[in-house]
Design a protein around this ligand. Structure first.
Ligand code: ADP
Ligand code: ZN
Ligand code: MG
Length: 484
């Protein structure tokens, strides 16, 4: 049976405002003592009243405009009613039929694909986060559940796509692009592991022949790109198997279980009706002036796409290198700081995308807190260019710089590992190598061009890699010519 994959995403991002959405409590909750950033409003105590944080609206506008959305100038907040211990009011203040923005889009280029795709954004709305439940387990059984309300009332934006996504790869491309964008906008840190960006994925299988949309399931609880991809792949296979056996896909919410690598049923899907939405009586309708929208639009920072174009034009980088450099804002900044003082941009990009990413990745260190500053890297590259050290030696030195925080010059001085460019010194070694390998020399003289590379290798070995290979090759050829 021919079929198509249909995916729509619902993404929640936590906004980086200082205060919560409806009260003055601080939004820092990670690693904090539980229930220390709370007040009557975010604890949902009777008689307390919400007051909308203006910064939340500004951040929502920035995001919605970057997503090419139409802004609704008249906004309403609604109560979404459900009962759960992490939701002290037993309703969440959210937006329903008059959200802040609708009808946007984002262009993506999935990995291993040459053509871009447009994914439509259905809506963007503001809401409050719930608290966090911590389950204490003994022998695999929950024995007690604790609740931390520090997260209660942290501002969220929900971004809902149309079901335009056709593969797990496209879903990942969309999420990666969105994450980079919110980081550039400085509205969210985009951290999936810590839950400041969360994604629910809706998936169904459409029969190509009839074109009719299939029943969808919603999968939650993935906290990395890898998990999202695996969960989508699992769910697609599960649904296909059901359909092949002419069984039904149930409309339900499923949970990704990292340990077993499966999605498990949580509950049957709730409908909007189940939430008994009604307008929040404690918040007046919000009117957003056109002048405010214009002001936010005019003050948008440079976005990833624009920066990429600039990198290609100004630094003559390939699309691929530019894309990788801009993907993480701090990496792009690192490159640009170095590029002010170092003009072999391609070489610089290779080092930033190669050694810097490798060392920071292995140590799980953020680019902005690396011990090797962009100036330190420039100094190292200049030492290669003026032939004080070889490129190969530089890699080892870079690793040392990364570990110890010392400068390239200091490390070179300490270890005395400068490159040997003294011809007399190299010639002594060449003499020895020629003496030790008469057959190879004969081979070379007999026309075997490749034989000389073995001899170069031998010289490099004797110098522990400190000689300049080009120089060694030239000197070797000269010497053999003279002898023959
Ligand atoms: P519901 O009313 O069930 O909540 P919505 O129309 O509000 O559904 O859509 C919720 C999310 O599900 C959106 O991201 C949307 O793109 C996606 N979606 C809708 N229909 C399908 C489908 N048949 N297959 C996959 N995703 C879908
Ligand atoms: Zn509060
Ligand atoms: Mg819906």
């Amino acid at each position: 049976m021919l079929d198509d994959i249909v995916i729509g995403l619902e993404i929640h991002i936590q906004l980086l405002t200082k205060a919560k959405i409806f009260c003055n409590c601080s939004t820092t909750y990670f690693d904090q003592e539980p229930n220390t950033h709370t007040c009557p409003v975010c604890l949902g105590l009777p008689g307390s009243l919400p007051v909308l944080n203006q910064k939340v609206v500004e951040f929502a506008l920035k995001t919605a405009l970057a997503l090419n959305c139409k802004i609704n100038q008249t906004n309403l907040f609604h109560r979404k009613n459900y009962f759960y211990p992490d939701l002290p009011k037993a309703y969440q203040i959210s937006q329903f039929d008059q959200p802040i923005a609708i009808n946007g889009f984002l262009e993506i280029v999935p990995e291993n694909s040459r053509t871009g795709r447009t994914i439509r954004v259905n809506r963007v709305h503001m809401e409050e986060d719930a608290g966090k439940l911590i389950h204490l387990e003994r022998d695999g059984q929950i024995v007690c559940s604790l609740v931390d309300y520090n997260r209660s009332g942290i501002p969220l934006l929900e971004i809902v796509t149309e079901p335009d996504i056709c593969s797990p790869e496209e879903a990942i491309a969309f999420l990666q692009k969105l994450r980079t964008m919110v980081q550039y906008l400085e509205v969210c840190d985009g951290n999936l592991e810590k839950g400041s960006m969360r994604c629910d994925a809706n998936i169904s299988i459409r029969e190509s022949r009839t074109g009719a949309l299939g029943t969808k399931t919603e999968v939650k609880n993935m906290n990395s790109f890898r998990a999202i991809k695996k969960a989508l792949e699992f769910e697609i296979t599960r649904q296909r198997r059901l359909l092949e056996r002419s069984e039904q896909v149930l409309a339900e919410t499923r949970r990704w279980d990292e340990a077993s690598g499966k999605t498990l049923s949580m509950r049957s899907k709730e409908e909007a009706l189940d939430y008994r939405y009604f307008p929040e009586p404690d918040l007046p309708p919000l009117t957003i002036e056109q002048s405010w929208i214009e002001q936010v639009k005019n003050n948008l920072p440079e976005l990833p796409e624009q920066r990429k174009e600039r990198f290609v034009i100004d630094y003559k980088l390939s699309n691929y290198d530019a894309q990788r450099l801009i993907e993480v804002k701090s990496l792009g900044n690192y490159f640009e700081n170095a590029a002010q003082y170092y003009q072999d941009y391609k070489n610089l990009a290779n080092w930033v995308l190669g050694e810097l990413l490798r060392c920071s990745g292995e140590g799980n260190i953020a680019i902005e807190s690396c011990t090797v500053s962009s100036n330190d890297l420039v100094e190292l590259l200049q030492l290669i260019d003026n032939k004080t050290i070889s490129g190969k030696m530089a890699k080892g030195i870079f690793e040392e710089m990364f570990k110890t925080g010392q400068s390239a010059a200091d490390l070179i001085k300490k270890s005395g590992i400068t490159q040997i460019s003294n011809e007399a010194q190299i010639n002594d070694i060449i003499n020895k190598v020629i003496e030790d390998n008469p057959e190879t020399v004969q081979d070379f003289n007999a026309g075997k061009e490749k034989a000389i590379h073995f001899l170069v290798g031998q010289v490099m070995k004797h110098t522990k890699g400190r000689a300049q290979p080009d120089l060694v090759l030239n000197l070797l050829k000269e010497r053999i010519d003279k002898n023959s």
